[in-house]
Design a protein around this ligand. Structure first.
Ligand code: CA
Length: 358
């Protein structure tokens, strides 16, 4: 009787599961192109972690091959490669596409904009995801947050910046909107692929550059040639992105779509944590390990000019581009609410402790 009961249960389970196992068995092989080289941590780890999660959760059936920029040879070509279906996915940053459409810019970060928790809240709860989809949908792609660097440092400079005059003629690598903010203050702005940054600074092709924060910057060695390290203003919450070809996505079984989305979101949040950890670690020993690094904050007249230049550009782009206007106004409205909370919670918490210790 027991055996009969067991057989009945097995038959029942098989009957229930077999129809569902069909989709799980489908083999899918995707290719992903990164803007980054193979050793750029933690960006690369984010992509590998996402692909590993997808493979494991799909029982080894959905496999994503990762090509770094040394393989596909086109760090800033990944947008078009995914759009045209040469790759199914990419890992990159939205602000690299400002030449195609300035509406891409605020989907990464904006100077003097939201902090990382504020921006994640905007993406997932404040309407950001829908707006991002509106922009990328025009190019036959889906886009998802791809990991946040947290607040970035203002960059490495060969010479100290004491006044607005010191910015005139300065050659600096600084992408995105911030680059244009500085260009309007007399800086010669350029964007250079990550793999060529150190050499460009060493050879004097550029006088300054911004990269990320201490966790990632120290490994690049910039401090050896440009010892002035300025605090941030331009990338308070840089979100990387996953690009997905819409047609490839539509062909996925429903379960794989969900697996992919869960893996992208988890890997992205992991990167934020990893970057925070790396920068905390690097910062805790920066004074002892690298005594030649001089930590600086831009003078008030420089910051003030940056704010004015930023505000003027935002107004100009709002007038020129309705989608940019729509995104910025959504961010401004959200930040008005979230900043009040950030101020009364985190800011005053830190300030009260700092004041008590004085
Ligand atoms: Ca940066």
């Amino acid at each position: 009787m027991k055996i009969l009961k067991s057989l009945f249960i097995i038959a029942f389970v098989v009957t229930i599961l077999v129809p569902f196992s069909h989709a799980e068995d489908q083999k899918v092989r995707w290719k992903l192109a990164m803007t980054w080289g193979p050793t750029l941590h933690p960006f690369v780890d984010t992509v590998e972690s996402m692909a590993n999660m997808v493979e494991t959760m799909s029982g080894g059936n959905f496999v994503i091959r990762i090509d770094a920029s040394n393989k596909h040879k086109s760090p800033f070509g990944v947008f078009d490669m995914v759009k045209l279906g040469q790759y199914d996915m990419a890992h990159t940053a939205s602000y690299y596409w400002k030449g195609k459409d300035v509406a891409f810019l605020p989907l990464t970060t904006m100077p003097f904009g939201m902090t990382t928790p504020e921006q994640y809240a905007w993406f997932y709860e404040g309407g950001g995801m829908a707006l991002m989809q509106e922009v990328y949908g025009q190019h036959g792609m889906l886009s998802y947050p791809g990991g946040n660097t947290g607040n970035q440092m203002g960059g490495w400079f060969r010479k100290e910046i004491n006044s607005l005059e010191d910015l005139k003629g300065l050659k600096m690598r600084i992408p995105g909107f911030a680059g244009q903010v500085l260009a309007n203050l007399g800086v010669t702005v350029t964007n250079i692929p990550p793999g060529e940054l150190y050499t460009s600074l060493e050879r004097g092709t550029i006088d300054a550059l911004e990269w990320v924060g201490p966790g990632m910057d120290i490994k690049m060695g910039f401090h050896k040639i440009a010892p002035y390290y300025y605090t941030g203003w331009h990338e308070p919450a840089t979100e990387l992105q996953f690009l997905v070809n819409q047609k490839a996505y539509d062909k996925l079984p429903e379960k794989y779509k969900e697996i992919l989305k869960v893996a992208m979101k988890t890997a992205s949040y992991d990167m934020y944590i990893e970057n925070y950890h790396m920068s905390s670690e690097a910062w805790s020993s920066i004074k002892e390990d690298y005594p030649n690094i001089k930590i600086k904050t831009f003078p008030e007249e420089v910051i003030s000019a940056m704010v004015d230049s930023n505000d003027a550009l935002v107004v100009q782009y709002k007038n020129e581009n309705p989608m940019f206007k729509k995104i910025i106004e959504s961010q401004e409205a959200y930040m008005k609410k979230s900043r009040e909370w950030t101020y009364i919670s985190d800011y005053l918490y830190l300030k009260s402790i700092s004041d008590a210790k004085k």
